[in-house]
Design a binder for this molecule. Structure first.
Ligand SMILES: [Zn+2]
Length: 249
């Protein structure tokens, strides 16, 4: 019986690395190295996150560029439903969360808060193929667990939802995404703690900005965001990325 189940599982587990053509399943060592790169703030790559004069920018932390094998792996995870990549994707955001734990702790002490809500950006339906819940919810739970281990009072909560009828961002032109996002994010209930957002890929920053505004409208502060990977500036969605840095730094 066990063998039958295992044989059935083989049908949905890719025999190739999610990021290249090496033997799989999961990610090979080299693709894993690209996903687990140096952890940096990367909000400067997102045109919509450039702050107005005199205001502070929304910090966005990541450990990978959305290019090459990382882009292929995230696409395989999101679009092809390769669940064997769950572990590496969750580990990628966990290591970012562990690295920024002390920074978040300082900010929370400064604003007199001891609780942090880790909130996923809602995924579109087509990215939930064969999934019990949105992929970003998996990432948010991994982030919250890592922050708790760092001594932060973090909980994962699905605070945001998309306004009915709002367009899927994937497949739109960069300009369409720049102007199309505002006002599509809604907040459930009344958030009582500051929020850390979690998303898969940072491109224009329009989605994060919309979430931050919606949360501010509901009376809560967004301390920043963690993403799996960042699209290098000037390489918006829909353009194939040919060359670029293999790791963050
Ligand atoms: Zn690989």
């Amino acid at each position: 019986m066990g063998e039958l189940v295992a044989a059935g599982l083989d049908l949905v587990v890719s025999r190739r690395c999610g990021g290249c053509d090496a033997q799989g399943p999961g990610l090979c060592q080299s693709c894993r190295a690209a996903l687990f790169g140096p952890i940096c703030r990367r909000e400067d790559q997102a045109p919509r996150l450039v702050p107005a004069e005199g205001s502070a920018s929304l910090p966005v932390w990541a450990g990978a560029w959305y290019s090459g094998p990382v882009r292929q792996a995230i696409t395989a995870w999101k679009r092809l439903g390769q669940r064997e990549l769950d572990h590496d994707m969750c580990h990628a955001v966990r290591r970012v969360a562990s690295a920024i734990g002390p920074t978040l702790d300082q900010v929370m002490t400064k604003i007199g808060q001891d609780e942090l809500w880790v909130t996923p950006i809602p995924s579109s339906r087509r990215n939930q193929w064969r999934r019990p819940g949105p992929l970003t919810w998996l990432l948010a739970q991994a982030v919250a667990a890592a922050l708790v281990r760092s001594g932060i009072g973090a909980s994962a909560l699905q605070l945001l939802r998309r306004r009915a009828g709002s367009k899927d961002q994937a497949g739109q032109t960069l300009r369409g995404r720049m102007i199309g996002r505002d006002g599509t994010t809604l907040v459930r209930g009344n958030p009582a703690a500051p929020v850390l957002l979690v998303d898969d890929v940072l491109t224009t920053g329009a989605t994060l900005l919309d979430a931050e505004r919606a949360l501010a409208g509901a009376g809560t502060a967004t301390l920043g965001a963690i993403v799996l990977a960042v699209t290098p500036k000037g390489h918006g969605h829909g353009r194939r990325f040919q060359a670029g840095p293999a790791t963050m730094g």
